[in-house]
Ligand binder design. Structure first.
Ligand SMILES: [Zn+2]
Length: 271
């Protein structure tokens, strides 16, 4: 599933190239998770502005409103001059004077939704309730500590919920908890200020490094230039069940929390 780093890598791969382009045609394929919300023809002849990201959503600014794009479970965006004939899983083409932005999504949990602004209509609905951006200066250890008061769920699940901070997908939550030395089963409310500080820093570092490495290589993810990420090769715990911990040598353990695999070191990560 594309996570925040993959979405950010995707954004970086085409934002500068699509800026200032004019939409010349729109091709809509099979229905996606949510309807487009406007007539495709209404997008034609509009000029594209900035491409922004909020959590795992991209916002493509148009002259009138914009398009909110989500990659769902298996979606990917490619931007290029010669996209070729649309295949069975290509469900949205935004043809512009600079190239074609194409959404490929085999499982069709992704979506492209028009809204008058990020604060209006369907965009507002989808973006409401999201936690802070991990790179927002207000995402501090104190903020995390305060937000975790009264949270009886495990810290891993509190991170994954996405309503405190966004971007802590399964792989990144596991890695950040390892780096911070926090046992993923620890109840959220039991995390002290110092450890909350360490965890906030660890999450930012983990995500920054994943973005730098081009996102994790997970199933279908490719960025808009077709490059697979290599973050997974650098994981300290994720997917390494039974292998020795790089810090202490104890075998990495795997447990299931909320139907998701958690990988951690029982010796380095304290409850
Ligand atoms: Zn260890």
């Amino acid at each position: 599933m594309p996570e925040l780093p993959e979405v950010e890598v995707t954004r970086l791969s085409f934002a500068a190239r699509i800026r200032g382009a004019r939409v010349t045609a729109v091709r809509v394929g099979k229905p996606l998770r949510w309807p487009l919300g406007c007539e495709p023809a209404e997008l034609v002849s509009q000029t594209l502005g900035e491409v922004r990201r909020r959590a795992k959503y991209l916002w493509l600014e148009l002259e009138r409103g914009g398009l909110l794009i989500h990659l769902g479970m298996s979606g990917s965006l490619a931007f290029g001059r010669a996209p070729g004939q649309a295949g069975a899983h290509d469900h949205f083409d935004l043809v512009t004077t600079h190239g074609t932005l194409r959404l490929t999504d085999a499982r069709r949990f992704g979506a492209v939704v028009w809204a008058a602004s990020p604060d209006a209509g369907m965009a507002r609905k989808l973006l409401t309730g999201l936690g802070l951006e991990p790179f927002d200066p207000t995402f501090t250890g104190d903020y995390l500590y305060t937000a975790l008061r009264g949270r009886r769920a495990s810290i891993k699940q509190a991170l994954l919920a996405g309503n405190i901070v966004v971007g802590a997908g399964n792989i990144y939550a596991c890695e950040a908890l390892f780096e911070a030395g926090v046992d993923p089963r620890t109840r959220g409310e039991r995390l002290g200020r110092m450890r909350a500080q360490r965890l906030a820093t660890a999450l930012r570092r983990t995500l920054a490094s994943a973005i730098e490495l081009g996102g994790a290589t997970l199933r279908d993810f490719r960025d808009a230039e077709g490059v697979a990420g290599e973050f997974q090769l650098h994981c300290a715990v994720y997917g390494r069940q039974g292998q020795p911990c790089g810090r202490c040598g104890a075998p990495i353990r795997r447990i299931v929390q909320g139907q998701r695999s958690t990988y951690f070191c029982g010796r380095c990560q304290r409850p």
